[in-house]
Design a protein around this ligand. Structure first.
Ligand SMILES: Cc1cc2nc3c(=O)[nH]c(=O)nc-3n(C[C@H](O)[C@H](O)[C@H](O)COP(=O)(O)OP(=O)(O)OC[C@H]3O[C@@H](n4cnc5c(N)ncnc54)[C@H](O)[C@@H]3O)c2cc1C
Length: 311
């Protein structure tokens, strides 16, 4: 039996596993995706790349700032000078470089969707496609609504999970022939495209004759259009982007949309994690503290420290 299984290899899961590993505890991470990082992600297509999830990272906590400094020395993160504000760090050459660096040396099992989590008399059973694994303790770091599906409505921690609200985000990735970009970043929470960034203005991105753009719709627009056909969403967002950039559709060489169903927590739990009374189940992630990468990291570290204290 595994001493600890972690569901989700986003920032919270990775932070938790790293802190456990520093104390000699071997955790096994299961993630349904092809790579680590969750919402800290980079999409590659047609020789282009886009940070279609988290745009940048900021550090308020000294320990997290020290970690970013270490990753900068390794070349995995860099300061985004044109990022529209001070202290904005990005993964290099893409945001996914950050979680990849955090995952080095950890036991991560990718393409593994946990479909059910069942309490047995002496362990937790994780159901995966075609197999099951058993773990003495389980740390769940998936978004709160997905954690609720895994645990079931009747679990004692479900009421707390239900109190968390998360908003979707439709994200457009587009490439244009290089022109005079009117800005590198434009933030306007009230606009349908609440965030527009020139992805190719980030450090370490390949330059050239093409500019890449990431545009995120605000929560109202995202909720309204979430279930529409991706092509229709892309067309709609693309026309808004072209208007903002002052270019015609003929300047666009690539466009695609990504639908983040649980993008940002709008009503967080207000504490770093949840724990079952018998201390065999921990639930955490950004949804505990706020819609930031650092919040996910803080939650993951807090769960590891509680786990170690209870050992
Ligand atoms: C569009 C967008 C823009 C953002 N911009 C910023 C920003 O600029 N700055 C910032 O600080 N934050 C930003 N954020 C928020 C930031 O990305 C998150 O706060 C953070 O990445 C959350 O990390 P996490 O580990 O809690 O969750 P996640 O990253 O969601 O990780 C959960 C992991 O669990 C896996 N998983 C889910 N279900 C299962 C299952 N059943 N079985 C196995 N694996 C499963 C997923 O594949 C995922 O890897 C943004 C988010 C989005 C979506």
């Amino acid at each position: 039996m595994m001493p600890v299984a972690i569901i989700g290899a986003g920032i919270a899961g990775l932070a938790c596993a790293r802190r456990l590993a520093e104390s000699g505890v071997h955790a096994v991470l299961f993630d349904k995706a092809r790579g680590v990082g969750g919402r800290v992600a980079t999409r590659r297509a047609e020789g282009l790349q886009f940070d279609h999830g988290a745009q940048y990272v900021t550090a308020r906590d000294r320990e997290f700032a020290t970690l970013l400094g270490t990753l900068e020395k390794q070349g995995a993160v860099g300061a985004w000078q044109d990022g529209g504000g001070p202290g904005r760090w990005v993964g290099v050459p893409g945001m996914s470089a950050l979680p990849k660096a955090l995952g080095v040396g950890l036991d991560v099992r990718l393409n593994q969707t946990v479909t059910a989590l069942i309490r047995q008399s002496d362990c937790w059973q994780l159901q995966l496609a075609g197999t099951t694994v058993e773990a003495a303790r389980v740390i769940v770091t998936v978004p709160a609504p997905q954690a609720l599906s895994l645990l079931g409505e009747s679990h004692p921690l479900s009421a707390a999970l239900r109190s968390v609200a998360m908003a979707p985000c439709l994200t457009l990735m587009a490439a244009t022939r290089q022109g005079a970009a009117p800005f590198t970043v434009r933030e306007d929470p009230a606009a349908p495209l609440a965030w527009i960034a020139c992805n190719s203005s980030k450090p370490g991105r390949a330059g050239g004759a093409i500019e890449t753009w990431v545009a995120q719709a605000g929560p109202d627009f995202s909720t309204e259009h979430l279930e529409q056909d991706p092509k229709a969403i892309a067309d709609l967002m693309l026309s808004l982007l072209c208007e903002e950039l002052g270019v015609g559709l003929d300047a666009v060489t690539y466009a695609a949309v990504h639908r983040w169903r649980y993008a940002r927590v709008t009503s967080p739990l207000g504490q770093p994690f949840l724990r079952s009374d018998d201390a065999t189940l921990f639930l955490g992630g950004d949804w505990c503290l706020g819609a930031r990468v650092e919040a996910a990291w803080t939650s993951g570290i807090a769960m590891a420290e509680e786990w170690l204290a209870l050992r």
